[in-house]
Design a protein. Structure first.
Length: 139
């Protein structure tokens, strides 16, 4: 009788991926990053384990959105106080925090459970092209 293989957390090997967001479309790029963070490209993928890789993304401020989304797509948040409802469009979010566009899109594509926070700790968004994680790509 065959048994189902389940990888142990100590046996999981995490690779480092270096991606450039220059002129990439937000949604399409986010799906590839989410798959890497979840580990769906691995043979030993298992939904209940966090077996994804480390992902470093450079030039996050140069990500593109298509159509009229730059002005019409809205991001909502609420402070919890009266009158604390804020809505910002893509260009306003890009001005204030260019990395949050990509982080919000990727976060929405990850599973909505306890593993999401662990997966997001392995996402490194860099504004500009200087890579502070250079030592992991030397090999």
């Amino acid at each position: 009788m065959k048994k189902t293989f389940s990888p142990k957390t100590a046996e999981i090997v995490r690779k480092w991926h270096l991606l450039d967001a220059t002129d990439q479309i937000l949604g399409r790029f986010s799906t590839t990053v989410a798959k890497l963070l979840m580990g769906k490209d691995k043979v030993v993928f298992s939904r209940h384990l966090d077996n994804g890789d480390q992902v470093v993304i450079l030039n996050v401020e140069k990500i593109k959105v298509t159509g009229k989304k730059e002005l019409e797509k809205l991001y909502h948040r609420h402070s919890g106080f009266g009158g604390g409802y804020k809505k910002l469009n893509v260009s306003q979010v890009r001005e204030a925090h260019p990395d949050r566009l990509l982080e919000h899109a990727i976060s929405g594509m990850l599973p909505k459970n306890k593993l999401r926070a662990k997966m997001l700790t392995r996402l490194h968004l860099i504004i500009g092209s200087v890579n502070p994680y250079e030592q992991y790509f030397k090999s």
